[in-house]
Write a protein that binds this ligand. Sequence first.
Ligand code: NAD
Length: 509
Amino acid sequence: FSRFGILLRHQKRANMSEMLKGHGLRYASFLHQKGYIGGQWVSAASGKTFEVTNPSNGKVIASVPDMDEHDAQMAIDAAYDAFQTWRRTTAKERAILLRKWYSLMEEHKEDLAILMTAEAGKPLVESRGEITYGSSFLEWFAEEARRIHGEVVQSPAPSKEMIFLREPIGVVSMITPWNFPNAMITRKAGAALAAGCTCVIKPAEDTPFSALAAVDLAEKAGIPPGVVNVVTASRPNTPAVGEILCTSPKVAGMSFTGSTVVGQLLYKLCSTGIKRIGLELGGNAPFIVFNGANLKSAVEGLMVAKFRNAGQACISANRILVQSGVYDQFLEQLKEAVSKQLVVGDGFDKGVNQGPIINQSQLNKVSAIVKDSVAAGAHLVTGGNPHKLGGLFYEPTILTEVTEDMPCFKEEIFGPVVAVRKFETEEEALQIANNSDRGLAAYFYSQDVSQVWRVARRLETGMIGINEGLISATEGAFGGVKQSGIGREGSRHGIDDYTNIKYICIGGI
Ligand code: NAD
């Protein structure tokens, strides 16, 4: 980690990273422009690259290899070879390495956050928060690694003993999104490595540098070659890479976070080889405010649940349902919070808490949702336009008089847009909330204990925040029902997808 040594060795890269150094990036080596396969930093076999831009200003940060299915196969081969040894390491050895990786990530939090703000546009304070969240999965799974226990069960016959072993499934492919470019990697890779699996990660094309920097630290922590591999690919090359990651006979499982439509595609591809699959897909979270709720805390909760990462989160509050008795009051407080608290701009600028939308196609999607909802009769209270800063910035927006058939209620907005609808009864709110093919998160605010239990039981989602807008935590079981996904990440259940139960029956006793 000698600063000067690294700067000399990576002089070319250092030039590329002038801009980032201006923001305080200390180690130019973090801006990797190679993929990582079998412990080597490599170019695409084709020599092709693609550029990654900063969504706040459109400037090119640097290029990464545009890898294809052949490069992906090399990564799978490396992970498969490494698995033969890694699976035989003790849980304690794996825990020590994961813990080291965690410590390095904490040590280099500022550099990792700077890279993230540059490529994802996230306000720096949120990027720092994500690195803390991301590294916490490595710490957590370092601890969990040593508690992956099997079972000895009661045998029905006196001459037999019955034992269940829990074994690593093998090589796991991981395809991750741009909205949490660090934590979505550590939440998967931390659990996989703890279980004794090896992995091939294909990060989102918008945010490969966060993935490469995280893996740089895995290498420095001493995680052996081939255990973690990163294949970078542009959107045009992604389907072919995705296909091999789902169908190679050497791959045992796929873990994906992203849109439901891509999740469906990967699920189908995995079905031919009956691969294990974990899917964290889109949501359409209802956020319900009942009469009698603490309105101040409900508005605070909504500001976090809606505007974190400019609304680009799968558990973002999407359909805001407010009971008639508190509707006017709630709306007034919400308008005030939106106008006073939100500062749009470059994530590196002081005080900014709303960055840009990640790319043009996402911005077009958000704009179209607002435009079409207004055309269908929604009332625009504030915002509704591209921000005067231009580029990929969008105004924080509030829509009211929304109905269930409008795009802002039917679709996952993935932008800084609050769509509010009034309701009269608890039953009506539940019917609207459950009227979705998604079931990731839900939120509601109530001070009535029996209502809390009634509503929590009936909401059809994998996660619920009650009087709380921020539910993500390493210790929490993250995942959805319906078309929001399969499996759970984080918590002690996060290991399950990466292990098989092997049943052993010993006879003749
Ligand atoms: P996406 O699902 O297209 O991309 C997520 C990841 O999947 C990226 O790494 C991408 O390269 C990869 N991918 C895309 N097409 C693929 C294919 N054919 N084969 C293999 N991998 C493929 O998501 P997006 O386009 O970045 O965003 C679109 C929408 O998805 C958003 O508006 C939002 O609704 C949803 N989304 C959800 C999450 C989440 O956390 N659940 C994250 C990102 C996006």
